[in-house]
Design a protein around this ligand. Structure first.
Ligand code: BES
Ligand code: ZN
Ligand code: MG
Length: 469
């Protein structure tokens, strides 16, 4: 899709956004409002031929002005996209100013997200594609910059959705390793370093190795090193949980909970997406995108409840539940990346079902051992309309992770499940500034029929953009 910025556009179709409590300046739409054919209620629409034969208008209702927010704008953009498709309009002009100040980014990101279809595995492909959008504005240079950022972010989100939607029989650990190879090949400042199971055992990574042992798929830790900044700048390290499938292991999940577990690599998918976005934006910054690629399956060689594992850090872990595998995969990866002498580490993981219970499907849970970092991520979340909630690393709850036979247990019991999972990780991240994003709710919505969201690519990319300023 080509997106232009112009003072005025020669397009025959113009899209106009209309607030319910205002009257359109365009005559045919005003008439429709007067006759109440078009109410401008949230996500309503109206198509009209203009008086001059060469102009059509597609009006999209926004509802009342005081109710207008990112959420309602996204809904309006979904309506816009389905109307464009129904009318086979692939080229249009639009004035986004009715959406509010600085709303170009929201507009472009919502439009590209609305256009997402997953038809790779269908014989019949979607044929409708948007060709060209002319955004009419008086501040061409600012808006052009906004569009570039939005295109990078939203295309990266759609890329992350593709990876999540692909099932584990296709999107295996080898498939994702290959994806990392492809991604680094697109950019001169990017290279790949990865380790396999043998190296993991040599390094003493008893936790990640145990999780991968029940699956015939090989485990990998793959590091996409993007060095767009100065050589001496310490990197920001992103670590993504990449469970290509989570059966729960010997503590097998019921089938209803399993159907969305092809997306348990959602954290890793957001790392792939963010690396793609920053390489396209050529940010002058050093970032290492690390993905821990493992399958949690079961066979005679699986790790068991009751086993005691020794992590790379030397901390011993008693297994209370083999379904709490994410923290085991992450703890060794978080120790491994100390070699990069990171300025900041952010891990992203579909870590706990308890996160969905606490915050629902929309909010990302944000934990950090540093208030400045938490504040920076909150700001990025707000600016990119990618909602997150600051959660507590409540120290007294460390007690819930006590084990009789080892240094720690991998589960903390039924209470405060997301907090105890984060506290578990915090034992491995004491040497650097760290944040943990639990995206069990926000990376996918719904359970038995989950859909991929491509989040938190917007928040992460915005955070990295802000680090450049
Ligand atoms: N992958 C799940 C978490 C999850 C659940 C993500 C639902 C997205 C939607 C994770 O590995 C898991 O199973 N966690 C257990 C931990 C428990 C055994 C302490 C959980 O949440 O039930
Ligand atoms: Zn899992
Ligand atoms: Mg699990």
């Amino acid at each position: 899709m080509q997106i232009n910025t112009l003072n005025q556009s020669p397009c025959t179709t113009e899209v106009v956004f209309v607030l319910e409590d205002s009257v359109s300046t365009i005559d045919v739409i005003k008439k429709a409002q007067d006759k109440e054919v078009f109410t401008a209620k949230a996500a309503s629409s109206y198509f009209a031929l203009g008086e001059g034969k060469n102009k059509n208008y597609l009006a999209i209702g926004l509802g009342k002005k005081d109710k207008l927010n990112a959420h309602s704008i996204r809904k309006a953009l979904n309506t816009l996209y389905s109307q464009l498709k129904a009318l086979s309009i692939d080229t249009f002009a639009v004035d986004t100013s009715t959406l509010g100040d600085n709303c170009t980014r929201l507009f472009v990101e919502a439009l590209i997200n609305s256009s997402y279809v997953f038809d790779q595995l269908k014989s019949e492909k979607e044929t409708f594609k948007l060709k060209q959008v002319d955004i009419i504005t008086q501040s061409v240079s600012e808006v052009t910059r906004d569009i570039k950022i939005s295109q990078a972010i939203a295309n990266a989100q759609n890329y992350a959705k593709d990876l999540k939607n692909l099932p584990a029989n296709i999107c295996s650990t080898d498939y994702l390793l290959n994806e990392a190879k492809k991604l680094v090949a697109t950019n001169d400042h990017c290279s790949l370093h990865y380790i396999g199971e043998e190296e993991m055992l040599k390094l003493g990574m008893g936790c990640i190795s145990a999780v991968g042992r029940g699956s015939p798929m090989p485990s990998y830790i793959a590091c996409m090193e993007y060095r767009g900044g100065k050589k001496e700048d310490q990197p920001i390290v992103l670590v993504g949980k990449g469970l290509v499938y989570d059966t729960g292991g010997l503590c097998l999940k019921p089938w209803q909970s399993m159907s969305s577990m092809k997306m348990d690599m959602g954290g890793a998918a957001s790392v792939f997406g963010t690396i793609q976005a920053i390489t396209r934006l050529k940010l002058p910054i050093n970032v290492i995108g690390v993905v821990a690629l493992v399958e949690n399956s079961l066979d005679g060689n699986s790790y068991r409840p009751g086993d005691v594992l020794t992590s790379m850090k030397g901390i011993t872990v008693e297994i209370g539940n083999t379904d709490a595998e994410g923290r085991l995969v992450l703890c060794d990866t978080l120790t491994y990346i100390e070699r990069y002498k990171p300025k900041v580490v952010i891990d992203i993981a579909t870590l706990t079902g308890a996160m969905v219970v606490a915050l629902g499907g929309d909010l990302t849970g944000l934990f950090s051992n540093n208030d400045t970092l938490a504040g920076d991520l909150k700001l990025a979340s707000k600016e990119s309309h990618d909602p997150a909630w600051h959660m507590p690393l409540h120290a007294p709850y460390h007690e819930l992770l006590k084990s009789d036979v080892a240094d720690m247990n991998n589960i903390g019991g039924p209470a405060a499940g997301s907090i105890t999972a984060a506290l578990f990780l915090s034992k491995f991240t004491e040497n650097y500034t760290w944040a943990h994003l639990d995206v069990a709710g926000s990376a996918m919505t719904g359970f038995e029929k989950a859909t991929a969201t491509g989040r938190p690519v917007p928040m992460l990319t915005q955070y990295l953009i802000n680090q450049v300023k």
